[in-house]
Design a protein around this ligand. Structure first.
Ligand code: BG6
Length: 393
């Protein structure tokens, strides 16, 4: 179903009409084999439509025949979050509220909406990126280790994270969810047009092309640790990364001159310059006792080539019937249950600011405030070590 979403109910019902949903049927003396359907996002437009879509799909197929595809789960570097956490013993003991202060998840792009105005307008960043890709990344960082890496066990843990998301109240939403829309601006020396001037976009569109928000998880491991997520179109660069900010040492023994060290950080770079960076402090050589922060870095180009085709990997898995890396219906609904409150709030409070930000900038300044720290969001360009990649500080 890589079709317009309006056909997501029609197609399955018509497949049923010609019995293409049934497995093991006798047909012309032969038994039909597997019958599977791959469903491309969006899985619904809000909670209500997602529930309806699930019920139509399930009236035609068994859950084991339905493969809801989220291409982020096909990315090697996304899958590697699981290896990093669960194949190593050194991270897990500190992977909790005692040692982690906050988590930042950024997935920004330097393109506008290209020729997708017809689809994107009225959908926006929350539905296009946050409710699926970004919350999926958050789940991989926050989940408990599954008992085995099996279809049900892994996805049970994802759903548990979604069910632990602390519901946002109407009072919290304006300060915790910042939305923006790009206006005309200069990008790498060229003028980029405003979102409202793009093909297929209404001239008074209220669709957000940028979203930054604070998400809290209510459970034993994460109580009190904010997860900051942001996404945007027409940003200075294209980058997806997760930064785990560890807490400050309880007592500062050493002084620093300028460039004082920050807290330890573990940076999981999903794209580009794929890899993992651990930032820690060392003594500055020479007299005196001052420290500075240095990166310890692994990049994938050191161990092999990364395929950038997440879809082919996932399609292969669906052909072999393995749905571990596909979204289960209860996960779709649990995630919508959380984000629906934001959508309803915007609907009922159209006066909620939709901040304009110039194309080529890092989004509305107001989004810096939600981090609650003077430093604001980390500029991903600071962490890039591959200097061939274009990035703007
Ligand atoms: C898609 C969204 O799911 O993901 C697009 O619909 C977005 O708007 C894309 O550009 C981003 O994917 P990637 O793999 O380039 O980060």
């Amino acid at each position: 179903l890589a079709t317009p979403p309006s056909l997501y109910e029609t197609v399955p019902l018509n497949l049923k009409g010609v019995a293409l949903n049934l497995e093991g049927m006798e047909m012309e003396g032969m038994k039909s084999g597997s019958r599977r359907i791959i469903v491309e996002k969006p899985f619904g437009y809000d909670l209500e439509s997602a529930v309806k879509m699930n019920s139509v799909l399930k009236s035609v197929f068994n859950e084991s025949q339905i493969f809801r595809i989220d291409h982020y789960l096909g990315k090697e570097t996304v899958q590697n979050i699981l290896a990093l956490r669960f194949a190593n013993s050194i991270f897990e003991p500190i992977w909790n509220r005692h040692y982690i202060e906050s988590v930042e998840i950024t997935a920004v792009e330097n393109m506008g909406i290209e020729d997708r105005g017809g689809f994107y307008d009225g959908v926006g960043a929350l539905r296009d990126m946050v409710q699926n890709h970004l919350i999926q990344l958050l789940a991989l960082v926050a989940m408990e280790p599954p008992v085995i890496f099996g279809e049900q066990e892994f996805r049970d843990e994802v759903v548990k994270v979604y069910k632990s998301l602390k519901p946002l109240s109407d009072q919290e939403i304006p300060a915790r969810v910042i939305r923006g829309q790009y206006i005309a601006g200069e990008k790498r020396g060229e003028m980029a047009k405003a979102y409202r001037e793009e093909k297929g976009v209404r001239h008074d569109s209220q669709t957000e092309t940028f979203l930054a928000m604070r998400v809290d998880i209510s459970n034993w491991r994460w109580e009190g640790v904010p997860f900051f997520i942001r996404t945007g179109k027409q940003m200075p660069t294209k980058v997806t990364e997760i930064i785990i900010h560890f807490r400050q040492t309880p007592h500062r023994l050493f002084s620093c001159r300028d460039n004082c060290p920050e807290q330890n950080q573990l940076i999981i770079r999903i794209q580009p310059n794929e890899g993992i960076v651990l930032k820690y402090d060392v003594k500055i050589p020479g007299s005196g006792f001052n420290v500075q922060q240095v990166p310890m870095e692994f990049t994938y180009d050191k161990i092999g080539e990364l395929s950038d085709d997440a879809y082919s990997r996932l399609i292969e898995e669906s052909l072999s019937g393995d749905s571990t890396l596909f979204t289960r219906s209860d996960a779709v609904e649990a995630s919508w249950n959380y984000f629906d409150k934001v959508l309803r709030f915007w609907e009922n409070h159209p006066e909620t600011p939709l901040y304009g930000y110039p194309a080529g900038s890092w989004g509305p300044l107001e989004s810096e405030q939600i981090t609650g720290s003077e430093k604001g969001w980390t500029n991903p360009c600071k962490n890039l070590t591959n200097t061939n990649l274009y990035c703007e500080l």
